[in-house]
Design a binder for this molecule. Sequence first.
Ligand code: HXC
Length: 262
Amino acid sequence: LKNLNLKNIKLQVEGSVAIITMNRPKALNALNNETLDELNTIIDGISEDKEILGAIITGSGKGFVAGADIVQMKPYKAEEGRNYAEYAQNIFNKIESLGKPVIAAVNGYALGGGCELALSCDLRIASEKAVFGQPEANLGVIPCFGGTQRLPRLIGSGRAKDLIFTGRMVKANEAFSMGLVNKVVPADELLNEAKNIMTTIISKAPMAIKYSKISINKGADLDLSNALELEKDLAALTFASEDKDEGMKAFLEKRDPKFINK
Ligand code: HXC
């Protein structure tokens, strides 16, 4: 993970947290293929690296990510458009199913594919300067990096249709009131707040975070009885873990647990 040659994304590892900064400010961090390639490589690296327990995605400048790259897409017809959507969807699926928590620290414009990138993360913390929107209809296309699916699942279909049909941009506070973001903080506190929340999450048993993430995400695709079966199976796995022994022992001994991720 440390030896990646990156141009459009900055990657820092602080302790056990990877901080991914989208860094193509001249295009407000729009996702051209080169940037998607880099994001893909980074996510694979984080997935494989046992030392990394969580990731934060943010952006440099006034953009978080202003969407798919319009310059790149302009000549696309059906096949290229579909392939582009497929490639980004695959990467965002990897983020969503990463066995570690991912927080979007949304610093600025999160539009189109940028909003969809944030939606593939587990939590969204927004700066007061953040702006969200799905403006694809202005360009004659539909959100297709997961937006027509993840947005209504998160905020309900009425609100999702409002954003997708009107293409309007919403500021952080409105995004919060819609349930699109978890918390709004002043711009200069954004990264610290995301790190603090991540520190809390990774102090828990990693397997408990991983399996609750799977149960929530996969369960949303199932009917209730199958989802509850899944929940029971995953619970059984956590009961078989050493971290469960440690967590319950520590509670009864009135001390903090020392989890070993087993
Ligand atoms: C390519 C982009 C871009 C994008 C901004 N830029 N967004 N380039 N793709 N998505 C470029 C601008 O062209 C400009 O380049 C530079 O970034 C700065 O942007 P400005 O427009 O000058 O800044 P500002 O006036 O502050 O306006 C900010 C903005 C606006 C409101 C965010 O840039 C904007 O509306 N961007 C487009 C957002 C969008 O529609 N995204 C959805 C894309 S579709 P120059 O060279 O002029 O300095 C999508 C999914 C489709 O994401 C999937 C299909 C497969």
